[in-house]
Design a protein around this ligand. Sequence first.
Ligand code: PLP
Ligand code: ZN
Length: 415
Amino acid sequence: MSYALHLKCRDCERTYPLEPVAACEDCWAPLEVVYDYGKLWADLRREDLATRPPTMWRYKELLPLREEPYVGRQTGFTPLVAVPHLGAALGIRDLYVKNDSVNHPTLSFKDRVVAVALSKAHEFGFGTVGCSSTGNLANAVAAQAAAGGFRAYIFIPAELEQEKIIATQVYGANLVRVQGNYDQVNRLCSEVAQKHSWGIVNVNLRSYYAEGSKTVGYEIAEQLGWRLPQNVVVPMAGGALITKIHKAFDELKKLAWVNPASTRFFGAQATGCSPITTAAKRGTSEIDPQKPHTIARSLAIGNPADGPYAVKAILASGGAGEDVSDDEIVEGIRLLGETEGIFTETAGGVTVAVARKLIRQGRLNPEESTVLVITGNGLKTIGALQGRIAESALIRPKLDDFEEQFLTARATTAA
Ligand SMILES: *Cc1c(COP(=O)(O)O)cnc(C)c1O
Ligand SMILES: [Zn+2]
């Protein structure tokens, strides 16, 4: 079913067969899945997709599976929502939210990448899978491993949000809490992958896993009526999502499924972990690793594997990287909630707050169509809001109390 040909090193272009390989053996750069676009263009028209089910698998020819998906068959095709009230608050006319906070089954965009990775793990015959994670990947791997009957080992930094820890363990996965930050956890995971013949989602399955992120880009284009937005704002951790949305838009142009319009890519990070935006601001793709310190834990990767490629995509598109403080992240979460009724986690707060900052700086054109990529659900990072939202009044079960507390006070402030 796939048009995937081989893997190719992003730096030296050495090719590898479609096997579980972590990175290029010569230069350690990531490996990219290469497809037969000529054949794909000849065989498939975008109209052929119209009758397919609304999941990420409607683009299966552009994904690297040989067989039908083994897990995550309902994942993807999340809503693209016009958000005029948020647009009015930010001063942007044509604004949309790509809402992966309601992705199936674990409420983040990581469900897409894991659906590809574990389906591929099944094709390769791995019975045991695992990952290193900043939280959402842990949830997605644990859930889909349970559904697929895999044994799972999930490595996380010890001080992760309680919601994300419990939402991993509930699926019966082996949770390995490591004293250290994500980058240390990831190094341990690579050693495990070398020693044991397991499918580690973001190590030896990484090239396949990352391809799942492209479906965010295909969906945005299709949901806009096969049109590319003029701007996208994307949160970045390792930097894979933004580079894969970029790849997706390029592929759609190659297939002539969209007009060859150009899109500016804006990458969003928390100031407390901003190695990619810092490099983008300096105009270099050389990343200086950082020690993360931010409430946006899902984005807290201090040494991002795809960082250099994310910077290149951003700068080549005429976009920019920008970062925001923890207070601004909370404001971003609240702004999206109060204007549009969408509750996102800290990563989504980063996206909204960065969009607001870019508008204020005059770097994002308010007259152009813009999509904010909202990647995770607010119920997973409740703790980030604790103590930051005013406690509401406690009353006795009496009408007088209610009116006094809520109507009199409200009337006074309104007047
Ligand atoms: C992992 C993650 C990202 C960023 O993904 P990368 O591909 O590593 O850049 C963004 N948002 C959320 C909620 C995530 O969990
Ligand atoms: Zn190479």
